[in-house]
Design a protein around this ligand. Sequence first.
Ligand code: NG1
Ligand code: MG
Length: 515
Amino acid sequence: MSEPTVPQVDSLAEIYAPDALLSQAKRWSDLVAEFQRAYDCLPEFIARAPGRVNIIGEHIDYMLYQVLPMAVAADLLIAVTTTPTPPSSPPVLQIANLSSEKFPPKTISLPVDPASDIHIDNNEHHWSNYFLCGLRGAVELLRGTGWTGTPVSMRVMVHGTVPSGAGLSSSAAFTCASALAVLMANGRREVTKAELVDLAVVSERFVGVNSGGMDQTASVFGDKDSALYVSFTPKLQATQFSFPRTDPPLSFLIAQTYVQADKKTTAPIHYNLRVVETTLAAEVLARQLGLGPLPEDKGPLGSTLSGLQRLFFEKRGGGEATSVVEQLEAMVEVVRGTLDREGYTKGEIAGILETTEDELTERYMTRFPVRAERFQLHNRALHVFSEALRVNKFAELMMHAPANASLSYLQSLGRLMNESQDSCRDLFDCSCPELDRICEIARRAGSVGSRLTGAGWGGCSVHLVPEDRVADVGKALREEYYRERVPRVLESEEAWREAVVVTKPGRGAVVYRNE
Ligand code: NG1
Ligand code: MG
């Protein structure tokens, strides 16, 4: 079977649901008009990639456990025109945004070889950095396939509807669309979806976040009417599945906290620190269980908790005979019986791993620096194994729903989401009071499962709500959360429509050409 490639489309009906077509047509024509005004020509193509919502499976993608996200309809568009770069001159990038007040334009003279020499200054953050990350990744990929040409000069106009810092991964939409745009601009028409995901993950890391692969996978592999069950080993696989028919029908509601989670700035104490803590938990467990150091490379048996799990059952024997659920349940007990609840200092970890603090810093905390007094290995590992278990149970329930699934079926799905939220709050420390409050209000008003979605520390929440309770949940959030904390949301219909959204799975990345 050939690998699926990123689709080329020529009609908006292939991208959006019928009820969104009118407003999208207006938005796209505004983008093209502004493009023409700024650059005096029409775009050659438009690269588009959506945001995503994660239904369940938080902070476990970078430990290579399965997750269950879906692409949303909100997306990022990049309209592009190209000109060949004259010999021995640098390629030039002109980048502008339809929302020019928030995202001012910039003209950047690129190094002749952007694959290695592009300078991305993460201290001086300009929104165009995300494009540069995609550009650098894309040129690296082209170089890897033997391409020696000079990248073309590009004029681009961007417009995004994925709110930034809101947990819907505007960043993945941006890196996926940028990488795709640069590949297309340089004549690479056939791009496999898997290739684009790998590329976008690498690109996102140039921004300074040690990203997992969930968001980019959802943004590229998503499709109308289906959510995704994503596995990262032995290779990336995104299985599409549609929601079961239930009575009452189920819906997913997204509610914003309006607490901005600025992942780049807080990475050393939040996101990147969690990646380090979970990685070190795997290493420390391996030593304490007598499994020796984990293999150096982060492949399936590298420094991840899923790698440790595999090694544990391989060495113990009988791994094949034990079901995934039994294995994960066993790992939860292993963590409880092995790791210290109080956390570990860097010195203590170095001691266990028979290394020095300097070497530990060099290996795990240099490319992505982190700050912590104590590393909470017990709590983080416990979250990861129990969350992986919940994803597994959730996927089983979703994919093998009973014929006449009723409210109690929805409640069993919801329970797993609620447990996920508790674990994110208590063990992974990635919730915040506003997220906790929204979950509490929504559950009281009829949501059967409420949790944060994405990295957390602010951003969005996702709720599994029986269709007949959607209005109640919206009303309760409006009165008990927004009226008090974000009153501006109640000032216009438009603002309200963005705060609480019933979401449907959306189409993944595409290239639009009108030839
Ligand atoms: P956000 O910050 O919501 O884009 C991040 C990671 C994911 C995953 C989730 C937590 C990036 C691009 N995304 O999402 O890979 O680890 O947090 O489950 O870093
Ligand atoms: Mg992001």
